[in-house]
Design a binder for this molecule. Structure first.
Ligand code: NI
Length: 391
């Protein structure tokens, strides 16, 4: 392969930018400094910049050639996590309780690198429009959803949208690309059980919320084992169960909560209605009152077959051919890219971040984005955009 010194120089600059973003993490919808840096970089490249979608969101619009051709979107996320960084390297977070522990610093930096390469090639290549979408609040808050609600696709019509996430545990610089479901839909629930508190020695005078809660936790698992199609993945996790303070008191109330996950929208719907039904049954059986609050979260991320084929080709070309692609299983984690790819066909891929051991998994206080994968990430975005714009 040719050694290109101008690209070496770009990679070093992008790695420096990545470490600067890492040192200055910002939380959901507060990505002001990051958003400023992104807008300034795009402006310097002569790319049309649009700000204000979802507060801190930035869209760069690049006309390639005549501009008359396909329009696509490449998306990166900008937000950090409310987490105390435990790394000690020079670019560690300068802000207590905030950390780029999911590698969104790397995603943002790589997409800016790709914007630079594509801007330099805007004449003489394929014709069309590339949108660089920098979204806030990927973690929990659904910044992607807000951008869509505020008119992302009306203001910037596009035929396809693409996303990328680094993935610890996959070999560095290698891709996992899969058609169909890749990330699960996720909902959350809160349950309050109200019975009648009383003396632990006289249970017949009380309505025991602990026993009702225990029965509820067990029964909820039947949704996965008996109500869900065995060929459709589903998860119900009760992660909180708080009740009582004393050895000799049956508590008046118990509070439970957790999350459900599924790929198939019908399965997700079944979990919601099934949970309601089981709560009603436990109410009757135990003579208690149960209040269920079921909150919809991110929809499942489903990769479109045509978009996935383009990603597969681009990933193979920049990472050592078809045989270098990693066969991975989908994750029951969630991703708000789904709000974008629910509107226009899209594909979301994983780029290996290297070994996941030693606290390097996503959301670990020891995590760091692997700068060695930056060149591959940039080449991938560039190759993908050129392919998607070529009729
Ligand atoms: Ni992330």
């Amino acid at each position: 392969m040719n050694h290109d010194h101008s690209l070496d120089e770009l990679h070093q600059r992008i790695a420096a930018l990545r470490r600067d973003l890492h040192a200055h993490p910002e939380l959901a919808f507060s990505e002001a400094r990051t958003s400023d840096a992104v807008a300034a970089a795009l402006t310097r490249l002569g790319i049309e910049v649009h700000r204000g979608l979802a507060k801190t969101g930035v869209v760069g619009r690049l006309r390639m050639g005549s501009g008359e051709g396909p329009a696509i979107g490449l998306r990166a996320d900008m937000d950090a996590l409310p987490l105390e960084e435990l790394n000690s390297f020079p670019h560690r977070s300068r802000h207590e309780g905030r950390m780029h522990a999911c590698g969104h610093d790397g995603h943002t930096a790589m997409l800016l690198g790709a914007a630079e390469v594509l801007a330099a090639r805007r004449e003489g290549g394929p014709n069309g429009i590339v949108h660089f979408i920098f979204q806030p609040a990927e973690e929990h808050e659904g910044g992607g959803r807000v951008m869509v609600e505020e008119g992302l696709f009306e203001r910037f019509p596009m035929e396809r949208v693409f996303g990328l996430h680094n993935w610890p545990g996959l070999p560095a610089g290698r891709f996992a690309v899969m058609a169909g479901p890749i990330m699960a839909g996720t909902d959350r629930f809160d349950i309050t059980i109200t019975g009648r508190g009383g003396h632990a020695a006289m249970p017949h005078q009380a309505r025991d919320t602990v026993l009702a809660g225990a029965a509820l936790v067990q029964s909820l698992q039947s949704l996965v084992s008996r109500s869900a199609d065995p060929l459709e993945p589903a998860v119900v996790s009760v992660t909180r169960f708080h009740a009582g303070h004393a050895d000799n008191v049956l508590p008046e109330t118990a509070e439970l909560g957790g999350t459900t996950r599924a790929f198939d929208p019908e399965t997700q719907e079944m979990l919601a209605t099934g949970m309601r039904r089981i709560c009603q049954g436990i109410e009757l059986a135990h003579g208690v009152e149960i209040r269920l609050q079921y909150r919809r979260g991110y929809p499942p991320t489903i990769n479109d077959a045509g978009a996935t084929q383009l990603c597969r080709e681009a990933a193979a070309e920049v990472s050592g051919g078809e045989q270098a692609l990693v066969a991975a299983k989908p994750s029951m984690g969630a991703e708000d890219f789904a709000y974008l790819s629910n509107v226009v066909p899209g594909c979301y891929v994983w780029l290996g971040n290297g070994p996941g051991e030693g606290g390097c998994m996503l959301h670990s206080p020891h995590y760091d984005f692997n700068d060695a994968v930056i060149p591959t990430g940039i080449r991938y975005w560039v190759r993908l955009a050129e392919k998607a714009l070529t009729p």
